[in-house]
Design a protein around this ligand. Structure first.
Ligand code: BMA
Length: 316
């Protein structure tokens, strides 16, 4: 088995792969797991982040409210499928990612400024009190994703520079910081290559550490005559110099297919923002926003996904 370096999550949500299903990522049959009905006053709840917390799970959820303001709220769950969301808005902005580093839970999100979006960073130990740090860059950027540990004594952040609108381009970069305040040593990671991701790419969940690399799920965007289609791809980054891409699947691993992914506020969107990875069993549960309307769950295993990436390796 390819080895996940990280915590055991014995209570990871899970369903076995359906008999005869060939693709490497399969959907939870109770999808979507979170809808607007999970919270009074929500227009839509999607693109959200979850982590193991205590004997259950905690999350930060993107709630676009009935004024269509972008807000972030905390939620808790025992099984990572049934969630209780709090009404209190912790930050304004969208597309949160959560990452545990040395016992603190770091939130990175698309922070809204008068000059455009940037990457907000805050941390908590209890999901109640948050300490907000400096934004990680000046506008305009989105898809800021922290690595779960320092490498060579520096924090690392994947980032996607963009414009103020529905950006028609986008490459993934990586920045370093010794203190989570000053960011530099910017490195290019990857651009779109294949048709399914041709418009832009952006990092998704916190990268998953493997014995010999980092597993990075990301979203890729195709522009069709009807607009954007968002799908999920995967790559393996170098362990010590993660701006170097070692392997990269040439095709998507999950794309809009089910009705809840194809129909909603923004049709045809699969937007992964979080993954739970159990180092004991190799099980991986991926949380993704579906059609900018709800949160859905999909499963894979480290072996399935690593084998698939290597079989379909764009770089071989
Ligand atoms: C991106 C972000 C995501 C959203 C996607 C599809 O630019 O705004 O939050 O899911 O567009 O609308």
């Amino acid at each position: 088995m390819a080895k996940i370096i990280g915590q055991a999550i014995p209570n990871i949500p899970w369903q076995d792969k359906p008999e005869g299903y060939k693709y490497p990522v399969w959907r939870y049959d109770g999808n979507p797991v979170i809808t607007r009905d999970n919270l009074y006053g929500a227009n839509s709840i999607f693109n959200s982040a979850v982590v193991p917390y205590g004997d259950g799970f905690a999350g930060v959820f993107r709630v676009d409210d009935i004024c269509r303001d972008h807000t972030l709220v905390v939620g808790y769950s025992k099984d990572a499928i049934n969630w209780e969301l709090e009404e209190k808005v912790i930050f304004r902005g969208y597309d949160p990612r959560l990452c545990e580093i040395e016992g603190k839970y770091y939130l990175s999100w698309v922070n809204l400024t008068p000059h455009g979006t940037t990457i907000g960073i805050a941390y908590t130990t209890d999901f109640k009190e948050w300490t907000q740090l400096e934004d990680a860059c000046y506008p305009v950027a989105r898809n800021g994703v922290l690595f779960p540990r320092k490498i060579n004594d520096e924090y690392l952040l994947l980032i996607r520079p963009c414009d103020r609108g529905h950006t028609p381009y986008g490459d993934i970069f990586l920045s370093h910081s010794k203190d989570l305040t000053y960011w530099g040593k910017h490195r290019f990671v990857m651009s779109p290559v294949k048709n399914w991701e041709m418009t832009k790419v952006g990092a998704g969940p916190t990268p998953i550490e493997l014995e010999d690399g980092w597993l990075m799920f990301y979203h890729g965007v195709l522009t069709s005559c009807n607009g954007f289609t968002y799908a999920m791809g995967a790559a393996i980054l170098d362990k010590d110099e993660p701006w170097k891409v070692l392997h990269r699947a040439d095709c998507f691993l999950l794309a809009p297919h089910e009705l809840y992914e194809c129909v909603g506020d923004v049709p045809n969107v699969v937007f992964p923002c979080a993954a739970l990875a159990d180092s004991e069993s190799g099980k991986i549960a991926i949380y993704y926003g579906a059609a900018d309307t709800s949160v859905a769950l999909a499963f894979t295993t480290v072996d399935e996904v690593v084998d698939f990436i290597k079989e379909h390796d764009l770089l071989k």
